[in-house]
Ligand binder design. Structure first.
Ligand code: AMP
Ligand code: MG
Length: 338
């Protein structure tokens, strides 16, 4: 039935029919979903007012984001061709800028995350992103868009849904510094230095490990942008710095209180030759990216963008123990459920 050990399974409330019913009928779930609905409504309103056009994202395609943290893709038989469920809409976001300069999707993603993520409280195998991309934008401009969006959503949830926050026992004062102060910034190297001080030592050329990210986040008073991840830790589409080769013009937004990563974003690579060599560096065959490379050969706009994890952001707003509580029908990695 399931690949996770029994002891782990007991911690997953949605592995029995009774617990599914309990989850769907609970006031907690209703309050969480009200917050998520409002989050989405305010995001759509705010982005539309800022000139972004909503487009519907594709669900399947010949190729999708390769991912770098060991999650697996899901194949779909498309009339004899092997298609993929989207793990991320990044390739399509870049292509969509041929239609409009500023776009967003509310995009579903499926990633068969490794079993060691079952108990991180931050991983689902199916989740959604608020996916934004803007032609011609620098990292500074796109982090500005993200910061204003996050602040607006949080402010409106606090103002409009006090009863739901109370049901969840979430004290709105937790968001005071987010609403009042600019988010802070540190580089990936500074984040690892801070982690070393906190007793967590890790490899400097890789992603921040799950445990390290939670530790760092638990020591933050307000959201922080972590910038300049090393090449190799992220996808080929995150632009490499011209002045500091080996570092990427990207960022994550980490929430405080231990909630961890809410969002990843970057300036993008868009030049055909650079992308082909970046794909090769990751050991992949560029030929598999056929339609995308065909578009790049003729040219696509320079851009920057980001993707906010909808369930992660909901979890943070609602103050939930685990991200699965932010979905009516959660897919926890390895756990069989509706
Ligand atoms: P990524 O492209 O991996 O950085 O994903 C973009 C955003 O989606 C992340 O910043 C998270 O907020 C969210 N996300 C990524 N993977 C998962 C997952 N397995 N479960 C829930 N949210 C996720
Ligand atoms: Mg990320």
């Amino acid at each position: 039935m399931t690949h996770v050990p029994e002891s782990t399974l007991l911690k997953q409330p949605l592995s029995s029919p009774d617990s599914v019913r309990h989850h769907l009928t609970s006031d907690i779930t209703r309050a969480v979903l009200a917050i998520q609905r409002h989050l989405l409504g305010v995001a759509r309103e705010h982005l539309t007012d800022a000139g972004f056009v909503e487009m519907l994202p594709p669900i399947i395609g010949p190729v999708t984001d390769p991912g770098t943290r060991g999650s697996k893709q899901v194949d779909v038989d498309f009339y004899g061709h092997r298609y993929k469920l989207m793990t991320s809409a990044i390739l399509y976001k870049q292509a969509s800028l041929l239609t409009y300069d500023k776009i967003f999707y509310i995009a579903p993603n499926v990633r068969l995350e490794p079993l060691e993520t079952t108990n991180t409280s931050r991983h689902l195998a199916e989740f959604h992103q608020i996916d934004v991309e803007m032609a011609g934008a620098s990292r500074q401009e796109i982090t500005g868009v993200l910061e204003r969006l996050v602040r607006q959503i949080v402010s409106r949830v606090i103002a409009d849904l006090p009863a739901e926050l109370e049901t969840l026992g979430r004290d709105p004062s937790a968001f005071e510094s987010l609403v009042d102060q600019a988010f802070s910034t540190m580089t990936h190297a500074q984040a690892l230095e801070k982690l070393r001080e906190l007793g967590h030592v890790q490899n400097t050329d890789t992603e921040i490990e799950w445990a390290g990210e939670a530790l760092l986040s638990s020591h933050l008073g307000r959201p922080v942008f972590v910038t300049d991840y090393p090449k190799g830790s992220r996808g080929f589409y995150d632009r490499e710095s011209q002045t500091e080769p080996g570092l990427l013009r990207n960022f994550d937004l980490l929430a405080p209180e231990g909630y961890g990563e809410l969002c990843s974003g970057s300036e993008r690579e868009y030049d055909y030759t650079r992308i082909v060599s970046r794909i090769r560096e990751t050991g992949e065959n560029p030929a598999k990216y056929g339609w995308y490379l065909d578009l790049l050969r003729e040219g696509i706009p320079a851009s920057a963008g980001f993707g906010i994890g909808l369930e992660r952001f909901t979890r943070y707003l609602a103050g939930l123990d685990s991200v699965w509580q932010a979905s009516a029908f959660p897919k926890v990695p390895g756990v069989v459920s509706p």
